[in-house]
Design a protein around this ligand. Structure first.
Ligand SMILES: Cc1ncc(C[n+]2csc(CCOP(=O)(O)OP(=O)(O)O)c2C)c(N)n1
Ligand code: SF4
Ligand SMILES: [Mg+2]
Length: 342
């Protein structure tokens, strides 16, 4: 770290060594109205638990705002504030700066307080990406931005976002008889972009709550390391992805095991593949075919075998052709000469 940057101390949040070590206290509890099987609600619950009681949470508009703070009821036990759809980055930085100023002026007891701002993929990867980027360039403010990615603008009825997978059926990309695939853009690589583009940001990670202990430990590391940090969580969404809520957990695992959702962390510029992704990369376990994941979801029910092959090839490319598999989506000139792109 630069010595001239005045970073306030953070809470000491050591990793939980086992599930049994996770505290029983809940800071996101009953009272919400999310769909049955909503993984984003689980992210909120585990995020609050991992952060503990000396935490303020700022939430941008989306399912995790609307369903969790319906008039006269809320599931938040922590202090919570709503912020505008595209402003998780500014809310995180502003709250952190406010605490700093109040403590400096003696108007508040000096103590480390966790500041977490969450956003959905629409609010984060699309609308709020500029504010998140700006925040990650301010190393002297401690805050975590957590982007919960249900791969659509879910709250307003499943419109496609920059995070929606290729070909998925959303209310903005309904397959028709003349044109089957209405969404032809590949999913934005948000975590990779945040890690590669913000060299002074000390911690960026991808998580999935199907691997809850690891995800909670990522959140604890992000809060304790100092400075602004970013976590991108992939969250199966029964309503938007159109499947039985019973298989939410399994779908999260499949996203990782098929290589569609690589788990990794970048800590002080050092990249580490984590969990099952590390095992796949080391060839200790095989990467499952994407078909196993896609065909369990109604949003891909219109896919033909050719569509599945296209999707598989794109994922194979991530693993076989990217400079850093699953993380950095370009090749060096040498690699490109050796194997022209398909
Ligand atoms: C500036 C602005 N434009 C549009 C809306 C309407 N709106 C509310 S929630 C939402 C969807 C947000 O999607 P995402 O961030 O992915 O969160 P999710 O609903 O999926 O949880 C939209 C478009 C808004 N609140 N503010
Ligand atoms: S639409 Fe999806 S993200 Fe929103 S509450 Fe339902 S399951 Fe959760
Ligand atoms: Mg969303």
């Amino acid at each position: 770290m630069d010595t001239y940057v005045q970073v306030d101390p953070t809470q000491q949040l050591d990793a939980y060594k086992a599930v049994k070590k996770i505290p029983l206290e809940e800071y996101f509890t009953s009272g919400h109205r999310t769909c049955q099987g909503c993984e984003s609600a689980l992210v909120m619950k585990m995020m609050a638990k991992a952060a503990g009681p000396r935490t303020i949470v700022l939430g941008s508009t989306g399912c995790m705002y609307v369903a969790n703070t319906t008039y006269y009821s809320t599931s938040w036990v922590l202090p919570w504030m709503h912020t505008q759809l595209g402003s998780s980055g500014s809310a995180a930085l502003g709250a952190s700066a406010a605490f700093k100023a109040l403590m400096r002026k003696g108007k508040m007891k000096k103590e480390p307080i966790n500041v977490i701002a969450f956003c959905g993929d629409g609010g984060g990867a699309d609308m709020g990406v500029g504010a998140i980027s700006a925040t990650l360039t301010h190393p002297d403010y401690n805050c975590l931005i957590l982007m919960y990615d249900n791969e659509s603008y879910a709250n307003t009825d499943i419109q496609l976002s920059g995070s929606t997978p290729w070909g998925a059926n959303t209310t903005f990309s309904t397959p028709g008889r003349v044109r089957r695939i209405m969404h032809r853009r590949w999913k934005k690589n948000m975590a990779g972009m945040m890690a590669a583009g913000h060299p002074t940001c000390r911690y960026v990670a991808t998580v999935c709550m199907s691997y809850g202990l690891a995800a909670m430990n990522s959140i604890r590391k992000a809060l304790a390391i100092g400075g602004p940090t970013f976590i991108h969580s992939l969250d199966p969404c029964p309503k938007g992805w159109d499947y039985d809520p019973y298989i939410s957990h399994e779908l999260g695992e499949l996203a990782v095991n098929t290589g569609i959702w690589p788990l990794y962390e970048v800590e002080d510029g050092v990249l580490k593949l984590t969990g099952r992704t590390q095992q796949i990369a080391a060839k200790k376990v095989p990467r499952q075919p994407v078909r196993d994941y896609l065909l369990k979801q109604g949003r891909f029910a219109h896919f033909t075998n050719d569509d599945i092959d296209y999707f598989q090839n794109k994922v194979d490319e991530m693993w076989e052709k990217w400079l850093v598999p699953g993380v950095i989506p370009f090749r060096t000139e040498l690699d490109a000469d050796a194997a022209p792109s398909s």
